[in-house]
Structures are given as C-alpha cells and as structure tokens.
Design a protein around this ligand. Structure first.
Ligand SMILES: [Zn+2]
Length: 250
C-alpha cells in the first residue's frame, strides 16, 4: 500500500482545487471532551496518554522550529511547514478530525485525505533532510492506511473494536451451519456465473447483505455488545470476500 502511495504523483492530489495552505481548522471533538479547559483550543494541550499529568510539562512542539501546534492533530507544522513524526496515540478518526463513529456518511473522508496528502506527500520534502523525508513517508503511509480503513465498512468495524481493546481473529473458523450452507451456495453461484450480468447480480446481493450486517454491527457496537459485534464481523468478512471474488472475475 505504501509503495502504491509513494508512486502516486503529487499532481494527482494537487488538482483538486484547494490551496496548499488550507488546513482543517475544526477541532476534533475528542479534544473538547478530554480537556477540562474551555472548548477553544489553546496550546499547550493534553494528549491522550498524558492527560493525568500537567500539560505544560509535556507541551508538544515542532521538532524543527519548536512552535506549539496551531491545530490538531499535529502531523504538520503550520509555522515552518515541517512534517512531524508519527504519533501513534492519534487514532485514525482524529486524523480525519472526527469523533469515533461508525456512521461516516456525512464525513468527507476523501477530501480530508487529499488535504493531508498536499501537506505530507514525500514529493514535497524531496529536498529536505533525511529525517523529514522519513517522517513524511511514515505520516503519509499512515494517513493512507487511515483512509482505507475508515472508508470500508468491514475494516472500519474491525478498527473500532480494536480501539476498544477487542481484537478480531479474521481467520477464525465459522461454525454456523446455516451460514456455511449459504457460503457454499454462493461460491457455487460465483463459479458458475459466466457473464457480467450474473456476476453483477451476485455482487449487488452481497452488497445488500453487507449493508444489512453493517447496520447490525452499528447496533451491536452502540449497545457495547462486542461478542455480537464480532459475530457480525465474521459475516461481513465473508460477504466482503465474495464481493472481492466477483470483482476479480468481472
Ligand atoms: Zn515548525
């Protein structure tokens, strides 16, 4: 994925209109929740892992110009335009300036992703130090991971559970007899489908099922029923794989 990104020309991100200086100014809602100070952002601010400690002792500053961040998440310094090192305490939702939510329909993930690329793309730092080149490669690869993870219902679901400490074994065997029968039946249908019309029909059926189970995941997650959420993810994994198989055959 990283190689794919690194081979993507910067021009493909720059042709989408917005200026290089445009920076998402909306504060991540988590910051307001985490901070006991007034909701307006005024550095120094408190980081997830450091919240119990006095913020001034752990003030985050730019590694290059030592300025405090003018906005969060701090991936890029607005003062000296230097890419910052990856901070793994910043989660993917924070990168996109949103609270953790399964429903991302109203969030412009693609637009924000492109805005980040205009600041973090390795082509922008080709004349800078090796240190900053490394930061840019890592930051941009992480933003791309974040974008792909949050864009797809299955990976978004798995990621949300992971953030809550619930790991998923994606290769776990399914013992649900009804589901196994369904799997076999659909696999046969895919194998036997000889034209794009038949394949597209299967794909739309699978997408509908994926959507239904996606809604079921949202419900289970809302109830904090992680066991049910994991069961739902198994089904989502299966339908996603069928869709991938169909797409390969198309
Ligand atoms: Zn700076």
């Amino acid at each position: 994925m990283r190689n794919k990104f690194l081979s993507t020309p910067l021009s493909s991100f720059l042709k989408f209109g917005r200026t290089l200086t445009s920076i998402p100014q909306r504060l991540s809602p988590h910051l307001k929740l985490r901070s006991s100070s007034p909701p307006s952002f005024a550095p120094p601010f408190c980081r997830k892992s450091l919240c119990s400690k006095p913020a001034e002792k752990f003030q985050i500053t730019c590694w290059n110009c030592h300025d405090v961040p003018q906005s969060v998440p701090f991936l890029f310094c607005q003062s000296c335009r230097c890419v910052q090192p990856v901070d793994h305490s910043i989660d993917y939702f924070e990168i996109f300036g949103t609270e953790k939510t399964y429903d991302v329909e109203g969030i412009d993930l693609e637009g924000k992703y492109k805005e980040w690329q205009k600041k973090l793309h390795p082509d922008l730092v080709h004349s800078k130090s090796q240190k900053e080149k490394d930061f840019a490669a890592e930051q941009s690869a992480r933003v791309i991971d974040a974008y792909h993870t949050l864009s797809k219902p299955l990976s978004r679901a798995i990621y949300m559970l992971k953030l809550d400490g619930a790991e998923i074994d994606e290769e776990q065997t399914i013992y649900d007899a009804e589901l196994l029968a369904e799997i076999m039946e659909i696999r046969e249908e895919v194998e036997e489908a000889t034209n794009s019309e038949a394949l597209n029909h299967i794909r739309s059926q699978m997408q509908e099922k994926l959507q239904n189970w996606s809604n079921a995941f949202a419900d289970a997650f809302e109830r904090r029923d992680f066991e049910e959420a994991k069961n739902v993810i198994k089904r989502m994994t299966y339908y996603s794989r069928v869709i991938e198989e169909v797409v390969k055959k198309l």
